[in-house]
Unconditional design. Structure first.
Length: 666
């Protein structure tokens, strides 16, 4: 079976542009008709498409015929860049220019549809849209994916790239190549995708478009003479961008008649219809009514709907090779779908699976406990519901003497952690109390076994431990040359090991460091920003676990260790950290009727101490004048009472105290 070009229809019939587009997409003649099935349309059949769209008459085509989209008219690409370089805004202009969204519907960063995304002004989930574009009289179908720029959501970018043949590497004309630009461009390079260099925000007065193009050439190896200069704000340069997309990005390859092979590159929960799987079809076609098999999880489903993001969901009878869209198949929960899985037909399955993805790696862990006015059950329900929407975090039950029953959760990074907490509170309507984030440690026991722990309280008896290993990351810092000294100092303070320093241009430097993850998760980014006047950027990737002189530091409140406050620290930093920590705790814990000692201890050794003074009633007030011995006697009696109270009294530790560990003001 051959495919046919839309241009054939254009010469053969007169239809409305909308209809022409639909025909180009896939399925002319079947709109609103019953479930389509083969046979598909052969080139000579194109002439059956007749009728005048302008008169409102439907073109007559056999309703059972499906027109395959011509692969050469499809372009699949992602937009990647550093955070805030204007990906979503450029996607807005593309939607607007192609008429996919009307000016009335359009709002800034249209594709960012989550409340939190809109509030924070950042993209959290990759978003996709299919838009038509006419070039040289041919109607092309452009499938774009807008990706997040923040380092925590790096895995979203890698997922998106697997569904594309090309990427637009966006560079802000005022800021140049930044840490995530490099990371994302390398990701595209590894996936062997065609890259188009786009210098964006050229409308800004401070834009140095040519310089930035040269810089990108030097760092990323992209030809600056082929760069496209655009403004996502004014829409300038958009025609050149479309031309570059069509000319440079190769059309998808695939066998439209082969056995169905599609990649599930993302999935979302739809409140009414179950799970919507975002898919890219590589070979064959996926139709409504097909019985499909998800190959990794070995489950079979009947497809109830297939469609495309135009940019809203729009049903189509079938998705052909090279196309990107979605399908529903009565899948109930996200747990039933393996992102990266291959989908094929049950009746005629493909032999080979697509490589798929590695599962996202959680880097940061912390405990969530129910906050004031909430219960563990409420928190559990909220967690379960949220997990069904977004399975990028992990959770399991945990308990603490001080805080009761809660959950130990794993996140991709600190921003991800904050977002999940915020979503739990908003969407699940529970108060969440969170403990200090930690990283995973690898413990080598004396008997040679290796275990991983995600919380200091899980640390086995130290007499059985041979070594504690902590995760290290490869960090790339891009900073203005004048701040190199300050950044080196910062990295050194964080136990970083210098690897190399490269000059991207006379004024900007890329420094590569090996850093312990636990030193950078809290506030490294903020510190980097403040010591480079906001110009420094960082990106990091997990490297390996390395042994270090690490110790567990317990915090004792009134002589009793509070497990939720203990931390694993480097021995050199234990005392400094201990002092800071109990200093903060002292501010948070209220004064009681008795004196409360706060101590930081490594093993049996107390390394820092503070005391919270008592409330003291003036027991001598009633002795006007009188003998001093009588006053002393009263004070001694009071002291006795306080001592007794201390041994039986409970110290109320406010929830803020647990958060005070997070205070970045180190
Ligand atoms: N002047 C000007 N401002 C722009 C342009 N493109 C984007 N912006 C602004 O830059 C900011 C960030 O834009 P976004 O489109 O959200 O950036 P993004 O790359 O999608 O950011 P993330 O998704 O969070 O990585 C917004 O305030 C935009 O209004 C442009 O071409 N010119
Ligand atoms: Mg965005």
């Amino acid at each position: 079976m051959a495919t046919c070009e839309i241009a054939d229809y254009k010469t053969g019939c007169r239809t409305t542009p909308k209809f022409r587009f639909l025909a180009g997409l896939l399925y002319c003649g079947v709109r609103g008709s019953e479930r389509p099935s083969t046979p598909m349309l052969a080139p000579e059949d194109a002439c059956v498409l007749t009728g005048n769209g302008r008169t409102g008459k439907r073109p007559s085509l056999h309703p059972r015929m499906i027109v395959m989209a011509d692969l050469s008219l499809i372009r699949n690409f992602s937009i990647v860049a550093h955070i805030d370089h204007g990906k979503s805004t450029l996607a807005d202009r593309i939607l607007e220019r192609t008429g996919a969204v009307t000016a009335r519907e359009l709002r800034a960063q249209f594709l960012d549809d989550m409340d939190l995304e809109r509030e924070m002004g950042i993209t959290i989930k990759a978003n996709r849209a299919t838009v038509p574009y006419t070039y040289n009289g041919k109607e092309y179908m452009l499938n774009l994916i807008d990706t997040p720029g923040h380092v925590d959501f790096h895995y979203e970018v890698s997922r998106a790239l697997a569904a594309c043949e090309g990427v637009l590497v966006l560079v802000d004309a005022t800021q140049g190549v930044q840490a995530q630009t490099v990371a994302n461009a390398y990701l595209a390079l590894e996936s062997d995708l065609e890259m188009i260099l786009v210098i964006n925000k050229i409308d800004l007065p401070a834009a140095r478009a040519e310089d930035m193009a040269l810089e990108a050439e030097q760092v990323l190896g992209l030809d600056s003479s082929e760069a496209v200069f655009t403004s996502g704000k004014t829409g300038e340069g958009l025609d050149e961008l479309f031309e570059a997309i069509i000319k440079k990005i190769p059309p998808p390859e695939g066998d439209p008649e082969g056995k169905l092979k599609g990649l599930i590159y993302d999935a979302k929960a739809d409140p009414h219809r179950g799970i919507v799987c975002h898919t890219r079809v590589f070979d064959g076609a996926l139709k409504r009514g097909d019985k499909v098999r998800l190959m990794a999880c070995e489950r079979e489903y009947i497809v109830t709907d297939v469609g495309k993001f135009m940019p809203r969901e729009k049903s189509v009878p079938s998705l052909g090779a090279g196309e990107v869209g979605y399908f529903f198949a009565g899948i109930k929960t996200l747990a039933d779908v393996n992102i990266g899985d291959t989908i094929t037909l049950s009746s005629n399955p493909t032999e080979t699976r697509l490589p798929g993805y590695e599962p996202p790696q959680q880097m940061v862990f912390c405990d969530f406990y129910p906050g004031i006015g909430s219960t563990t059950d409420q928190l559990r329900n909220a967690m379960e519901t949220l997990w069904l929407n977004d399975s990028s975090f992990t959770y399991q039950t945990a308990s603490s003497d001080a805080l009761g029953i809660g959950f130990r959760c794993g996140f991709l990074g600190l921003l991800h952690m904050r977002i999940i907490q915020e979503r739990l509170e908003r969407e699940g309507d529970v108060a969440v109390m969170q403990t200090a984030p930690t990283v995973t440690y690898e413990i080598l026991l004396k008997d040679g076994t290796i275990t991983r722990i995600e919380s200091p309280s899980e640390l086995p008896d130290l007499s059985t431990v041979e070594e504690i290993r902590e995760p290290f990351v490869d960090g790339q810092l891009i900073v203005p040359a004048e701040f190199v000294g300050a950044v080196m100092q910062l990295a050194m303070d964080r136990r970083g090991r210098h690897k190399k320093t490269e000059y991207l241009s006379p004024t900007r430097v890329m420094m590569t460091y090996e850093l312990p993850l636990c030193e950078i998760i809290y506030d490294f980014y903020d510190k980097l920003k403040s010591c480079t006047r906001g110009y420094g950027t960082a990106d990091y990737h997990f490297k390996d676990y390395q042994a270090g002189d690490l110790v567990k530091m317990d915090i004792l409140v009134n002589g009793a260790p509070v497990d939720a406050l203990s931390v694993i620290v480097h021995r050199e930093k234990a005392q400094w950290r201990g002092r800071k920590l109990i200093g903060r705790l002292k501010k948070e814990i209220d004064r009681h009727q008795f004196e409360i000692p706060l101590q930081a201890a490594v093993g049996a050794k107390i390394i820092a101490r503070e005391t919270i003074r008592t409330f003291r009633k003036d027991v001598t007030a009633k002795c006007y004048g009188g003998d001093i011995t009588r006053k002393r006697k009263l004070l001694e009696k009071q002291k006795e009472g306080k001592k007794r109270m201390r041994t039986v009294g409970n110290v109320a530790i406010p929830q803020e105290a647990f958060l005070s560990i997070l205070d970045p003001d180190d």
